[in-house]
Write a protein that binds this ligand. Structure first.
Ligand code: ZN
Length: 366
């Protein structure tokens, strides 16, 4: 006698047979993952999109601008491909009417969507609703959480929608983007062992320079200046000023070396500063007791800005330090419970109004 099982039950059964893979995930949706999209390989006539559907690997040929997921493959994103998202943007902007900044999402897609929706940065269908405003994500989308790929494809979509609306998305590289790209995989969520195994690629190879998301990320800056604010992941130390580095140079060096191994980085004096230690994606000095306001004044003067907006060092809320010269936007979204964002709106006298956007949609002046 044959027994027919619905596919969802089968998926659950399969996942329960693989405790090392799905161990901490009670949600059956983790048996679905993707898409992962790579350039056409030599033996292929068309590029392939890879999907993990109920624990099995399926491929679809990329024949159109929009990817279509296979039948019965959960709610995986069906991205519209956008080659212009890989163009390198300017690193300095003036006259921007409104800015929203947030950080350190670490794969917490549901929290990200709820926060952006409640704050009306996106609409009820998850589409850009911030008009000609600029949104800055100051790094660390990767690692820890279990919905990294969802976050990446969502941001990929917003990149185009913001541009089309006359706004802009700035996706800045954090230390976790850098770690993944150089193959430091200590913080990758165990969910992704399934895709690694089925695609026969290590996690960093899922996002290497042959992948659509990898190419898109490799086109992005690490530091941008918008109006009177500088945005980056960790912070600018006095060492940057001593070195007389420029945004242009640093962003170029970051892009050109993001795939270098740790020994290669350590062997190069400038790369060692930029990628490790007191560099912009790791620095936590602003949050240390012995840090003096005069040091931040020196950095602000060097860049001719009023604020430095940073993530990386987790807080319980969006926080202003040193009379709001430092604005800390890592509001611990990584815990998967809630989060905040920062809104910056310049008025006519070019004095910035700084506002915390809370998880429930309310707003509080900083
Ligand atoms: Zn970080």
């Amino acid at each position: 006698m044959k027994i027919f099982l619905p596919i969802a039950v089968l998926a659950l059964l399969l996942s329960s047979l693989q405790p090392s893979v799905i161990a901490s995930e009670s949600n059956a949706s983790t048996a679905f993952d993707g898409p992962y999209l790579f350039d056409k390989a030599k033996h292929q006539t068309k590029a392939q999109a890879y999907w993990v559907c109920a624990g099995a690997l399926l491929t679809t040929p990329v024949t159109d601008k929009q990817l279509t997921r296979p039948n019965d493959c959960g709610q995986l994103p069906e991205p519209v491909l956008n080659p212009t998202a890989k163009n390198i943007s300017d690193h300095t902007y003036t006259g921007v009417s409104k800015i929203v900044a947030l950080s350190d999402v670490h794969g917490q897609y549901d929290v990200l969507i709820t926060l952006l929706k409640n704050q009306k940065i996106i609409d009820k269908d998850n589409n850009w609703a911030f008009g000609n405003g600029h949104m800055v994500m100051t790094g660390d989308m990767f690692d820890r959480g279990h919905q990294v790929n969802e976050v990446l494809w969502f941001m990929y979509k917003l990149d185009k929608q913001a541009q089309d609306a006359g706004g802009k998305l700035h996706l800045l590289m954090g230390n976790h983007e850098q770690m993944v790209m150089r193959g430091d995989l200590r913080y990758v969520n165990e969910r992704y062992q399934v895709a690694e195994k089925l695609l026969n690629r290590s996690y960093d190879e899922l996002y290497d320079s042959s992948s659509e998301i990898g190419q898109w990320l490799r086109s992005k800056h690490t530091i941008v200046k918008i109006n009177d604010s500088l945005f980056l992941h960790g912070g600018i130390s006095g060492e940057w000023v001593d070195r007389k580095l420029t945004l242009d140079k640093a962003n170029q060096v970051y892009r050109a070396n993001i795939d270098k191994s740790k020994p290669e980085i350590k062997n190069d004096e400038l790369l060692n500063f930029l990628f490790l230690g007191n560099g912009p994606t790791w620095f936590r000095g602003y949050f240390e007791d012995d840090y003096h306001e005069s040091e931040i004044d020196r950095v602000l003067a060097y860049f001719n800005v009023k604020h430095i907006v940073v993530g990386h060092t987790s807080q319980t809320q969006v926080l202003g330090l040193f009379n709001n010269k430092v604005l800390a936007v890592d509001s611990s979204i990584k815990n998967g419970e809630s989060g905040e964002l920062l809104l910056i709106t310049p008025d006519e006298s070019s004095k910035d109004t700084l506002t915390r956007g809370l998880y429930d949609g309310s707003r509080v002046s900083l």
